[in-house]
Design a protein around this ligand. Sequence first.
Ligand code: PHE
Length: 465
Amino acid sequence: MKADSKPVAPAQAAPARGGFSSTLGALFATIGSAVGLGNIWKFPYLTGENGGAAFIIVYLLSTLLVGLPIMIAEIMLGRAAHANAIDTLRKLAPKKSFPWWIIGAMGALAAFLIMAFYSEVAGWVFAYIVKAFSGSILSTDPAVTSQGFTSLVSSPWLSLICQWVVLIVVSFVLIRGVSKGIEATTRRLIPILFVLLIIVGIRSVTLPGASQGLAFLFTPDFTKLTGDAVLIALGLAFFKLSIGMGTMITYGSYYRDDQNVPVSAIRAMGSDLLVSLLAGIAIFPAVFAFGYQPDAGASLLFITIPSVFASMPLGNIFMVVFFILAAIAAMGAMLSIMEVPIAYLSEQFSLSRTKATLITAGLLALIGSTAALSNSVLADVKVLGFTFFDLFDYLTSNIMLPIGGLLIAIFVGWVWGPEKIKSALTNQGALKNQGLVNVIIILLRYVTPLLVLVVLLDGLNLLPF
Ligand code: PHE
């Protein structure tokens, strides 16, 4: 045997990392991450608050011109390094350059902040499945459904317990591992989610008076669009595609080397968009058909929607179905948020998955309690005018994720460079997708960073004009 072809001794080999077992499994996990409360809770209420179709168009443009290129870039980086988000940037950045691993570190922080409020909303969704079964929130009078919601969120113990239940369920899946836990769960749940959503959607559009809701969704009125709304739409695009915080880097690190990254990302983005639109179609026609207002804000899902369901025949059954599908969506997303710190902790400190998961969940119970108690004991504690719940939400979607995404685009487009991108996205020339890759490179270098920068500065009122 020649000296240079010696096999690596097992003792020196990197410790085996988990990974997705198949291309399809990776795709389901990625869709599971993207599809979540962002589609079922945020997208409808933000669309309702910001005037409907015009907001959706800005959101669509943000998704295509900013979200998709960054999503592809992140999966590509993770796949190239096969490491957690922080180590991926450490490995791929040139020595003695800007400390790019900070993107990964900021991402891990964002993961905690997002999960802090996300697990609380997911907790309400879990609670609403029970409430929907018992029929206790089914009333056509929003004052009654509002009372039902307030009694839940203003109880400190109920809020904390909802959050803990969620953290325990999610941790249980995560401990089982990337393939047996995340992949197996999302693969089973995502198809069910689509079926349930289509059932509720058909019910909604076949109601008499549904057309007003469809017009709200699909006929744009740009006079309603503010600079603030543009930043919110961009932030939503980041949040929806789980980008700007290392989630897609981490999931990319579990992708197989022969997977077609751009095509998988496009499929995941398309599925995510479809679920958002289906959620809009399931909600707004029904809201308008029964004469409710679309601009209730964050409580749209928990106050308006139960009243809407109460107004329709067999509404109790549709409501149970609706909250189950919301819980399914939340589940896949939470797995991916928590995976960012779990992958880092287990690799950096050689911890078992179980230990890393328990530490992450414990920290989350602590940080998350500030969001969980934002409607009760901590309601009067304001930072920059926000409760903790609203602060974490605003700070992550509208500031941290866009900054993270901007840095990723700059790193990939200008530091890593076109040659390496070409090689990585064509699987070293094995895929014949040159044209697509060229478009992605142009977007990543010029269009994406510029758009994020302008919208971010404008949304924060930092532009001189
Ligand atoms: N994309 C998820 C949703 O729409 C939320 C999420 C954000 C997941 C960031 C991971 C990272 O609900």
